[in-house]
Design a protein around this ligand. Structure first.
Ligand code: ES4
Ligand code: ZN
Length: 326
């Protein structure tokens, strides 16, 4: 079977996906026009041409600018439905969506507007495509822990609709330990915990995410390869890594896909998954991440099957929910 067909037919979960990072320039411009929001670019083409990133921060600056087009509940709904349609076409049977409420509440958008639009799309996607989903609230790590607590306070009335919390945005200089008290509180509330670590930041941030935040999955985590003891720990504990190969190349974590360490991590026995991160910005949804990585690193069909299976095992669902796919 051809690789593309094989990959799309594999039931998989997407576990590292920023819903704001699925905003394609076409929808961005439609929403901006509908909402009377000014964008820093003149056209869809100019926007795509600006996606020439040098590091994480150069991407985040554009990503936050683009998110300004999202204003109404319906905008968040349209955004997430467009993602679910693409995910379904890629063989995604379960998706855990990160969202960044602080990006929106800072612009005067109500927390409930964001959450209601996303949640309605999750329900519709289940009805239309049979896709299961979860919502994971991400705290922006360039902001203070106090601001994180304020975001949590806004989320409190909605905790029944939120399955977990994560930590994203600028990694360097913002170690997981900065959010120790906030994540302890989230755990007390029964929320699942994940954190971006070891994307641009050092392996010590991965250990901190595990030890201090008690992260159940590590988002990215590719810099673990620099620390043999940490590699052993990750292999032994089977804490999943949500790796995003196309993202890593576009943000210059690795110079080329052929130089990505995903195969090294996999062969060392780590629980590796493949995800798209911010697919509208990084040039591909999840199936393209699987296919391009397989071609660049010589992954076998058995490797791809293992990775897809890992994603289902790493999802925040009970065993009965994942059973039909395993
Ligand atoms: C992100 Cl690639 C990446 N890293 C950290 N924070 C993010 N937010 C959206 N995409
Ligand atoms: Zn991410």
């Amino acid at each position: 079977m051809e690789l593309d067909t094989y990959v799309r037919a594999l039931p998989k979960a997407e576990l590292h996906l920023h819903i704001e990072g699925t905003l394609e320039p076409e929808l961005m411009f439609r929403l901006a026009a509908r909402n009377g929001v000014a964008l820093p670019w003149a056209s869809v083409e100019e926007t795509r041409a600006a996606y020439d990133f040098t590091d994480l921060q150069s991407f985040l600056d554009l990503y936050y600018a683009g998110a300004a087009a999202l204003v109404h509940e319906h905008d968040f709904f349209d955004l997430a439905m467009a993602y679910f349609a693409r995910a379904h076409a890629d063989g995604v049977v379960h998706a855990e969506l990160f969202f960044d409420p602080q990006t929106h509440t800072a612009r005067g958008i109500a927390f409930d507007t964001v959450l209601s639009g996303l949640e309605r799309a999750c329900r519709d996607a289940h009805a239309r495509y049979g896709i299961g989903s979860r919502l994971i609230l991400c705290f922006l790590r360039h902001l203070s822990e106090e601001e994180g607590f304020a975001a949590l306070a806004q989320a409190m009335p909605h905790l029944g609709r939120i399955h977990g919390v994560g930590l994203d945005s600028s990694e360097k200089g913002h170690p997981p330990s900065k959010f120790a008290r906030l994540f302890a509180r989230c755990r007390e509330l029964g929320l699942h915990v994940v954190a971006h670590a070891g994307e641009e930041g050092p392996p010590a941030y991965i250990a901190e995410a595990l030890d201090v935040l008690k992260a159940e999955r590590i988002d990215h985590g590719v810099r673990a390869a620099e620390d043999p003891a940490l590699m052993q720990r990750l292999a032994h504990t089977q804490v999943p890594l949500t790796v995003c190969p196309l993202s890593n190349v576009r943000l210059r974590v690795f110079p080329t896909l052929a130089q990505h360490n995903l195969k090294t991590l996999l062969d060392a026995g780590l629980k590796v998954t493949i995800n798209s991160d911010d697919p509208a910005y990084f040039g591909g949804y999840v199936a393209k991440n699987y296919i391009d990585t397989a071609k660049a690193l010589g992954l076998t069909k058995a490797d791809l099957k293992r990775i897809a299976r890992n994603s289902l095992e790493a999802a925040f669902v009970d065993d009965a929910a994942r059973a039909p796919w395993l």
